[in-house]
Design a protein around this ligand. Sequence first.
Ligand SMILES: [Zn+2]
Length: 130
Amino acid sequence: MKLSELRPCDYCNEGLLQSKDGTRYAMFYLVTVDRAVLNPRATQRVMGIAQFFGLQMAEIMGPDADDAVAVASEKFPDLKKDELMVCQRCYTTVPMAVIAEKRDKFIADAEEFAERAAKENERLAKENEI
Ligand SMILES: [Zn+2]
């Protein structure tokens, strides 16, 4: 990572290694966030089979077992994982979800993923309705 890629803390908007009051920090944090959703139909099918044969067998036998959990970075590689830059003070005092939600990009990416995952689940449901 280059210096030019750094930005102020994603929560307090102050320096990652030195706050405005002069407090110096030894390090800052890069927190990578990925997202995932369940495909209800595929999950239901796998869990139905699992009642009789156990989860491991159900994942072998279930036709859409690989689609049960959609992980954003795997399903849609163009939706990169979000990386939060957080100073030491915020990292130790503010819940990470609060920091993440403060970034507009984070929220936009989450909405984009939710939309795409819902469309993908609909497509898979139609495919399996034969
Ligand atoms: Zn901060």
